[in-house]
Design a protein around this ligand. Structure first.
Ligand SMILES: [Zn+2]
Length: 332
């Protein structure tokens, strides 16, 4: 595996919802993966491939409890992850960046950012024009949810029907409830905006805040009470608003088993090293969204590592270990 360079696309939770898992003993929610684009393949084929060839091979590394992750940052800065072309509810192409250009807009170069269909999603309900494939995607049923994170920060959000469960898994919610099922993605975003305006629920909780909260999560029962109250208030506002195209629901989201450890109350430490440089290695014990609870060799302490910070970075896998910080001595 050494010498093979990978571009990290991120942590993906694409498995079935826990309720859909038929085999006893199988992890609820399937296993998330760290999706890695093989760059050696990409680079060797850059010159002789056809323009329509997206040219990618991927390695999906399962992130189970006990997974050992060792790597070295192999390039400076971030590289473009390409763009998506949406053809329908379950049909999309991921077109890789032909130049592997530096990422200047989040994890995309300017060109791929402009070509990306999902850029248009957020203006659709305000009358923005979208291509037919994206329109078909947006016109599928959508779910409106209220999610609460480890420190109590909460948000309103939407999930397409096919990603109903997965969307909340990748967000790293500690507890969440669906409050409405909308006929399409336009109605659901109008309702989302209404709840932001009238209930004060934001539409985003930053990853850094989620990671900071996982260092000392609030009690599960408190978070559940808070989420239940916010969801109930949201349902009341939806009922008052009325209108066509949606129904109010009261349905709890099932958290994946792999997230249980991360969401439990415990004292932990923020991972002290910068994931943008150097070498790292740890054992993953639990995962909430893209944020791992990790153990370092030679230490009994738990560290919170935001694997989302690896997105769009180039790494080489290898047998590395992270240095145990001095925090250990300070405790005893
Ligand atoms: Zn690009």
């Amino acid at each position: 595996m050494t010498d093979t360079r990978y571009l990290v696309h991120g942590v993906f939770w694409d498995g079935p919802a826990p309720a859909a898992v038929a085999m006893p003993g199988e992890p609820g929610g399937g296993l998330p993966v760290l999706r890695l684009q093989n760059l050696r393949f990409h680079e060797s084929r850059l010159e002789d491939r056809a323009p329509e060839d997206t040219g990618g091979t991927f390695t999906n590394m399962p992130l189970d409890a006990g997974t050992r992750l060792g790597f070295r940052l192999a390039a400076e800065g971030k590289s473009c992850l390409g763009h998506h072309r949406v053809h329908g509810p379950a049909d999309r192409d991921h077109v890789l960046c032909p130049a592997l250009a530096p990422a200047v807009k989040g994890s995309q170069c300017e060109r791929c950012f402009v070509l990306d269909d999902s850029r248009l999603i957020h203006d659709f309900h305000r009358g923005g024009r979208v291509p037919p494939g994206l329109r078909a995607y947006l016109m599928q049923p959508h779910w409106l949810y209220v999610a609460t994170f480890a420190g109590g920060a909460s948000k309103v959000g939407t999930a397409s029907h096919l990603r109903k469960w997965n969307r909340l898994a990748e967000q790293g919610a500690v507890v969440a409830r669906y409050v409405a099922r909308a006929g399409d993605g336009r109605v659901v975003r109008i309702l989302e905006d209404m709840l932001t305006r009238d209930a004060g629920l934001p539409q985003q909780v930053r990853a850094a805040a989620k990671a900071a909260a996982l260092v000392a999560p609030a009690a599960a029962v408190e978070l559940d009470v808070l989420n239940a109250r916010l969801a109930e208030h949201a349902r009341t506002l939806l009922a008052v608003a009325g209108g066509e195209g949606f129904e109010i629901v009261d349905e709890r989201w099932a958290r994946p088993q792999l997230s249980a450890g991360a969401c439990a109350q415990a004292t932990r430490h923020t991972y002290p090293h910068d994931l943008g440089t150097g070498t790292h290695g740890f054992r993953i014990d639990s995962l909430s969204g893209s944020i791992a609870l990790a153990a370092l060799d030679g230490s009994d302490l738990e560290f919170v590592v935001n694997l989302g910070q690896l997105k769009a970075r180039v790494i080489e896998l290898g047998d590395h270990g992270s240095e145990v910080p001095a925090v250990q001595e300070a405790l005893f």
